[in-house]
Design a protein around this ligand. Structure first.
Ligand code: BGP
Length: 477
């Protein structure tokens, strides 16, 4: 038992390259899947073959131009007292098309400079290798992770980064929210690292499981290579965590909730235990899903287990068993219901701080590994006052309530937690909607959904609040 967070607890903030860097075609960078995403919704990805690349507004092409403002922004993070900063390495800065033999030196140099700048301010860089940023060429030429060849392309990218930044980066994650692709309702597998456009009439589920398998093998191979390059590396997976509660204690509802949890989180079993759980093997068998999984793959999964679990946490879900259904016909659009006990954000996300404590305990019980909350936050419409201030009390309230539960998980429940990096510590482009005005930051950036604005940075009320949270190691909320 402890009565406080550990002294070396990593407070910081999190972003992803494509959501804030901009400079989408600068210094040799190639086109990524995120570069063909227009403002509006997750369904607004367009193929360049449709010829829309020059005629629509692509919010991430400039984003907040972190590429040219990173020194100013890191200085602000340092002012808040950040101990760490989580970002991703844009794959297309390093391998513009993804299948080249040699990396792009200018891209490598950018991250050297960025990490040096962090280290200068005693901020430890935490790196995600794949955060929805696959080279678009790998999609059009190979079909994304439908294709086994993608394993080698990813591993080469990972190895290049591990080698280059081995003395600057200790904490790595392979695929951001790898389990989000379990929802395959959209044509372009959104929120995923898979790079898959689904064709009509094909078995999406089978394709998703196959792609996920190749990603899991790619991750396991990367872990092995990373550990060989630097045994001190801590290499984690990254899971989108939202507990699914039964609507009531009716036994069928409880079983339904369990079945949904199994399907959402089997990815963590593979990452952490190096093998597939029985329930998913059984599910594939019942649904006649036959996958390309070799003995060598299985050996790789065993050898490439992760050191810790990185997780995002925004909300919880609830479910109710539909009596006409078997427990195997789970459909996100019908089986997730409103939870009347919690409030919702403007985007309908269910706000549930206790769910964070619950999921930290659940992960610890099941996987027995250190955890790292690498995303948590409140997307909201902010209003800048005439005097340049932003009174984002709603954001402070959200974060405060979640940090309270996080502390209880560590202090009362004994959860081994490495750190906490709230999402979008500076305003950036939303991954889900492509909008600028779904804001998460402690720092306001003057830019709107139409791409207008000066890009000027301003401190919100939450900036000063978080500064004091870090300074008191989470005691003064
Ligand atoms: C996670 C992603 C992030 C981020 C966040 C908020 O799913 O890892 O990239 O964007 O969610 O989502 P949104 O931007 O849709 O509000």
């Amino acid at each position: 038992m402890t009565d406080k967070l550990p002294n070396n607890f990593l407070w910081g903030g999190a972003v992803a390259a494509h959501q804030l860097e901009g400079a989408w075609n600068v210094d040799g960078k190639g086109l990524s899947v995120a570069d063909v995403m227009t403002v509006g919704s997750t369904t607004s990805y367009r193929s360049i073959t449709e010829g829309v690349l020059d005629s629509e507004y692509y919010p991430n092409h400039e984003a907040i131009d972190f590429y040219h403002h990173y020194k100013e922004d890191i200085k602000l993070f340092a002012e808040m007292g950040f101990k760490c900063f989580r970002t991703s390495i844009a794959w297309t800065r390093i391998f513009p098309k993804g299948d080249e033999q040699k990396p792009n030196e200018a891209g490598l140099q950018f991250y050297d400079d960025l990490f040096d700048e962090c280290l200068k301010h005693n901020i430890e860089p935490i790196v995600t290798l794949s955060h929805f940023e696959m080279p678009y060429h790998l999609v059009t030429e190979y079909g994304g992770f439908r294709n086994r060849k993608l394993i080698d392309f990813f591993v080469k990218f990972a190895e290049t980064c591990f080698t280059r930044y081995q003395s600057k980066v200790k904490y790595w994650m392979t695929f951001n929210e790898i389990n989000n692709q379990a929802n395959f309702n959209e044509d372009f597998a959104p929120f995923t690292n898979s790079g898959i456009f689904y064709q009509s009439g094909e078995n999406r589920e089978a394709i998703m499981y196959q792609a996920a398998h190749y990603e899991l093998v790619a991750s396991a191979k990367a872990v092995q290579i990373g550990k060989a390059i630097n045994p001190d590396f801590e290499i984690g997976c990254m899971m989108a965590m939202s507990p699914v509660y039964p609507e009531s204690c009716q036994p069928e509802n409880n079983l339904m909730a369990l079945k949904i949890m199994e399907k959402r989180y089997y990815f963590a079993d593979v990452h952490c235990f190096g093998s597939y759980p029985n329930h998913i093997l059984n599910y594939w068998k019942r649904n006649k899903i036959a996958l390309d999984i070799t003995d060598e793959d299985l050996a790789d999964l065993k050898k490439g287990t992760v050191d810790y679990i990185g997780l995002s946490y925004y909300m919880s879900h609830a479910t109710k068993h539909r009596s006409e259904n078997s427990f195997y016909d789970y459909d996100e659009t019908k089986d997730l219901i409103k939870n009347e006990f919690v409030e919702r954000s403007d985007w309908g996300w269910q706000i549930d701080p206790v769910g964070l404590r619950y999921i930290l305990n659940w992960l610890t019980d099941v996987y027995r590994l250190p955890l790292f909350i690498v995303e948590n936050g409140f997307g909201a419409y902010d209003k800048m006052e005439a005097d340049g201030t932003v009174h984002d009390t709603y954001r402070i309230n959200y974060l405060k309530a979640h940090i309270e539960q996080m502390r209880l998980a560590v202090i009362e429940d004994g959860v081994d937690l490495i750190g906490y990096t709230p999402w979008g510590c500076i305003d950036l482009v939303s991954a889900g909607t492509g909008e600028m005005e779904k804001r998460y930051g402690f720092i306001f950036v003057d830019k709107d959904n139409q791409g207008q604005g000066t890009l000027e940075r301003s401190r919100k009320d939450s900036f000063y609040w978080y500064q004091q949270v870090i300074q008191s190691n989470g005691e003064q909320l």
